[in-house]
Design a protein around this ligand. Structure first.
Ligand code: SF4
Ligand code: SF4
Length: 105
C-alpha cells in the first residue's frame, strides 16, 4: 500500500467573499401589487434565466389551494444570481410590481 504520509496536500486559502467582484441584481417584488402570482405567472414565463419561483404559503391538508385567492401564493426570485438584467419581467408585469436594480457595495 502507498505511504500516504508523503502525499503533498495543497493548502486551501479561505476566500474573502466580500472582496470578490461579483454583484447580483437586486430584485424587489411589491407584494401589495402582486397578489395572485400563481394565476398570473407572467414574470415566470418571460424570464429567460428562470429566476422566479411560485410557492404556496398556505398548505392545507386535503384542500386544493385556489390560485385566484389573494395572498395564498407568493413569487420569489430564487435564482437572483442568474439574472442578466434584461428587464423582461419588469416590462411584462401587469401590476408594475417588479423592480430590478444593481446592488451597490
Ligand atoms: S408578472 Fe407581476 S403580477 Fe404577475 S406574478 Fe409576476 S410579479 Fe406578480
Ligand atoms: S431582469 Fe431578465 S433575467 Fe432578470 S429576473 Fe427579470 S426577466 Fe429574469
Amino acid at each position: 500500500m502507498a505511504d500516504r504520509s508523503k502525499v503533498k496536500v495543497p493548502k486551501v486559502t479561505p476566500v474573502d467573499l466580500t472582496r470578490l467582484p461579483v454583484k447580483f441584481p437586486k430584485i424587489e417584488i411589491d407584494r401589495t401589487k402582486c397578489t395572485v402570482p400563481f394565476w398570473c405567472k407572467k414574470c415566470l414565463q418571460a424570464c429567460p434565466q428562470v429566476v422566479f419561483q411560485v410557492y404556496c404559503k398556505q398548505l392545507l391538508k386535503l384542500k386544493e389551494s385556489d390560485p385566484r385567492e389573494p395572498g395564498v401564493y407568493e413569487v420569489l426570485p430564487v435564482r437572483r444570481d442568474k439574472c442578466n438584467m434584461c428587464n423582461r419581467c419588469v416590462e411584462i408585469c401587469p401590476e408594475n410590481a417588479i423592480a430590478v436594480t444593481l446592488q451597490e457595495g
